[in-house]
Design a protein around this ligand. Structure first.
Ligand code: ZN
Length: 181
């Protein structure tokens, strides 16, 4: 499917559920709570934000940012991270993503320093972003194919950086403020 064709599909009130994902029965409009129950199997479906984690990798008062190698937002800055897998703890997901994107072992430091909601992609799907400080515990950085490079940045320069997504800037800010506290 081309992007143009995808764009012509209007979303249902229970986006992304027009039909029961379990058995394909057509679903009616949602209740005021936002849920809809399948008349055949009785399962209830809700539209929720997708949980994602982001890493502010910190070291010596600086944070690591990654340069995007691919569209969308090629050449702009973001942070290691991604969507959680089913049943995955946020800290485990972050360690996994950092390993995949940077090739290093890492650990989460303390509690989450930023929670944010934002939309992602053409359909405007809602994401719940949970950000943590992360320290590298082993290995040398070897960026994955979708990362063009990395930079270590200070708190003083982050307002001038070209982040692809505003919540990444705020995660770096929150993490470095916590580091410097
Ligand atoms: Zn069903």
């Amino acid at each position: 499917m081309t992007d143009a064709a995808r764009g012509e599909v209007t979303f249902s009130p229970t986006e992304p559920f027009r039909f029961c994902p379990a058995d394909g029965t057509k679903l009616s409009d949602p209740r005021p709570s936002g849920g809809v129950t399948c008349p055949l199997c009785g399962r209830s479906w809700y539209r929720n934000s997708m949980p994602a984690v982001g890493a502010a990798v910190v070291k010596d008062g600086k944070a690591l940012v990654t340069i995007r190698a691919r569209e969308p937002e090629k050449g702009r800055l973001d942070l290691p991270g991604g969507f959680l897998e089913v049943g995955e703890h946020p800290a485990d997901g972050l360690v996994r993503e950092v390993k995949e994107e940077l090739g290093v072992e890492a650990e989460v430091v303390g509690d989450s320093v930023l929670q944010a909601t934002h939309t992602y992609g053409k359909g405007g799907d809602w994401v719940l972003a949970i950000g943590f400080r992360v320290r590298i515990t082993g290995g040398e950085i070897q960026a994955a194919d979708d990362v063009a490079g990395v930079r270590w940045v200070t708190l003083g320069e982050i307002d001038d950086l070209d982040f692809a997504w505003a919540h990444d800037r705020e995660l770096v800010r929150a993490a470095l403020e916590r580091e410097n506290a």
